[in-house]
Design a protein around this ligand. Structure first.
Ligand code: DGP
Length: 114
């Protein structure tokens, strides 16, 4: 989609530090990490966010979570544990309008979030 930052990263037109990628998903380091390891996983296909995953597209979240597990393994987070976060909409704290999964780890993470 035009004017979408993460579509531009997926297309390679904006640089990012890529951790893992395949035909459908790409994982790259967050520009403003909130933990020692902070990776974003996005589908190459544009969805504005979780609210788009209805009907025939509801299964897209399965691949996104699986790609997040791959990223967690690639980051060496599996033994110690990690957290997945998907912010949705303004109240959910979503700032980039392309569906993305945060994979955070490398330190104990507090709960509940703010
Ligand atoms: P969210 O607030 O859930 O929409 O998360 C968006 C994340 O995207 C935020 O943690 C910072 C990250 N981010 C924003 N711009 C860039 C960028 O240009 N490159 C990278 N690698 N990450 C970005």
């Amino acid at each position: 989609m035009s004017n979408c930052l993460f579509c531009e990263i997926a297309a390679g037109r904006i640089k990012a530090e890529i951790v893992h990628e395949d035909d459908a998903f790409i994982a790259f380091r967050d520009i403003s990490p909130k933990a020692p390891s902070h990776v974003l996983v996005i589908p190459r296909r544009h969805f504005d966010g979780l609210n788009d995953l209805v009907g025939p597209d509801s299964g897209a979240v399965d691949g996104l979570l699986a790609a997040g597990v791959m990223a967690a393994h690639a980051e060496g987070l599996a033994p110690g544990g990690y957290r997945f976060v998907i912010n949705c909409g303004d109240d959910g704290g979503q700032s980039v309008g392309h569906l993305h999964l945060h994979v955070l780890g490398g330190r104990p993470l507090a709960w509940p979030p703010g």
